[in-house]
Design a protein around this ligand. Structure first.
Ligand code: COA
Length: 394
């Protein structure tokens, strides 16, 4: 069980770097890693040689580009061959888990300066191949072997949620409309295209009830942050962002083993630990990036994170509270839906959006007065969930 009382150092994010997300035909995985990594190091105002550990999230270099051993690749291409480098793999939550490993390394006192990255190059393979690569993160014996896919399992969750709670097609569509709207103001977003509820409902059927515009896309991209102990952070930046909580939980790989397919128990556990660690409640969160790999996922995240009551995610969306300008804007970056979802990069990219929000650098996406942000990242259909709570105050 989670231990909240052991002594630990406060940990800060002192630099960030991100590539554009999208179909980046002219860039390789290593180009993306270098671009994000170098930007983060420059932003942190440190020398590469000061870095003591690299942790890189990458879901499936092997299946997407035939490249395993990507932990070493990250260090190699960042010119850090002497530095220990670890690849973190937890499906779509890979780089949040990388961040958590880095957090533990700095909080424990073992390392001071740690580079955390995440990268995925997904568009070098055809669509069906990408679907198969993604499905390798499902339960092979009970799900993928039977022909199921991620859109398929999330469609089951959506159907059940509609049946149990009366969630409507329009409520799900509104998630995609909101996130595409937010992405209009995000220069790194995969899609910068406004859509309507009607566009979503009439888009091509993928897995009933989910349609093309309910789905996150297949994207390329990389993201990186530099961590340091809080007492060294001000040497490097006037505006460090502090990690107030880093929590993670696991659940069964397969959907059929779950207690309830309308809830991610791993989110419930990780959220409880995160709120306890940060000594905060859901009401204290000013802005959040939540895992919207499909529109239904965002509605379930609202409920499991305690932002609204169970079953009321759809109504919460309709209330407008999660829009920019609402009480708690969600996925100001455009989310996975519109910013894009290069799976290994997603968790760190969520955190970078929060850093921009908490330092007042989010431009037209800025949430006025944002001081506390939450990032929620899901691996697979919920077998891994990692949650980070960030603050611009120590
Ligand atoms: N949202 C909006 N537009 C999308 C899109 C998406 N998710 N995916 C593709 N498009 C657009 C493309 O830009 C392209 O537009 P264009 O014709 O104007 O150029 C068009 O739709 C067709 O693109 P294509 O690449 O042929 O789509 P596809 O049918 O191969 O793939 C999905 C569509 C939904 C199947 C694919 O994006 C997908 O599998 N998404 C889910 C990814 C996933 O499971 N991630 C892990 C979550 S746990």
């Amino acid at each position: 069980m989670f231990e909240n009382t052991r002594p630990r150092r406060d940990v800060a994010i002192i630099g960030t770097g991100c590539t554009k997300f999208g179909e980046l035909w002219d860039k390789s995985l290593r180009d993306l890693v270098v671009e994000a990594g170098v930007k983060a190091v420059e932003d942190a105002g440190i020398y590469g040689k000061e870095l003591q550990l690299v942790v890189g999230g990458n879901m499936s270099g092997g299946l997407f580009i035939g490249q395993e051993h990507t932990g070493a690749l990250f260090a190699d291409y960042l010119g850090l061959n002497h530095v220990p480098s670890i690849r973190a793999e937890a499906a779509c939550a890979s780089s949040s888990v990388a961040l958590r490993i880095g957090y533990i390394a700095v909080a424990s006192g073992l390392y001071d300066y740690v580079a955390i990255g995440g990268a995925e190059k997904m568009t070098d393979v055809y669509g069906p191949h990408a679907t198969t690569a993604l499905a390798s993160a499902m339960d092979q014996e009970t799900e993928a072997y039977c022909g199921s896919t991620f859109p398929g399992v999330y469609a089951l969750m959506a159907k059940r949620h509609m049946h149990e709670y009366g969630t409507t097609r329009e409520q799900m569509a509104k998630v995609a409309v909101k996130n595409h709207e937010n992405a209009l103001h995000n220069p790194i977003a995969h899609f910068q295209r406004k859509i309507t509820v009607e566009d979503v409902i009439s888009s091509q059927l993928v897995a009933d009830p989910l349609r093309l515009l309910d789905c996150s896309p297949i994207s390329d991209g990389a993201a990186a942050v530099i961590l340091a102990p809080a007492d060294l952070a001000k040497k490097h930046t006037d505006s460090p962002v502090y990690i107030k909580a880093s929590a993670q939980a696991s659940d069964s790989l397969s959907l059929f083993s779950r207690r309830d397919i309308c809830t991610l128990d791993a989110t419930l556990f990780a959220a409880k630990h995160a709120y306890e660690q940060a000594k905060l409640t859901p009401k204290d969160i000013h802005v959040a990036e939540v895992h919207d790999c499909f529109t239904i996922s965002e509605l379930i995240a609202y409920e499991d994170l305690g932002l609204c009551k169970k079953g009321e995610g759809g109504k919460f969306m309709e209330s407008g509270q999660t829009l920019l300008g609402g009480n708690i804007p969600i996925n100001t970056s455009g989310g996975l839906k519109a910013k894009g979802h290069p799976v290994g990069a997603t968790g760190v990219a969520q955190v970078i959006e929060l850093v921009q929000q908490l330092t007042g650098k989010a431009g037209k996406r800025q949430v006025s007065g944002a001081e506390i942000g939450l990032a929620h990242n899901v691996g697979g259909s919920g077998a891994t969930v990692a949650i980070h709570i960030l603050s611009n105050k120590i």
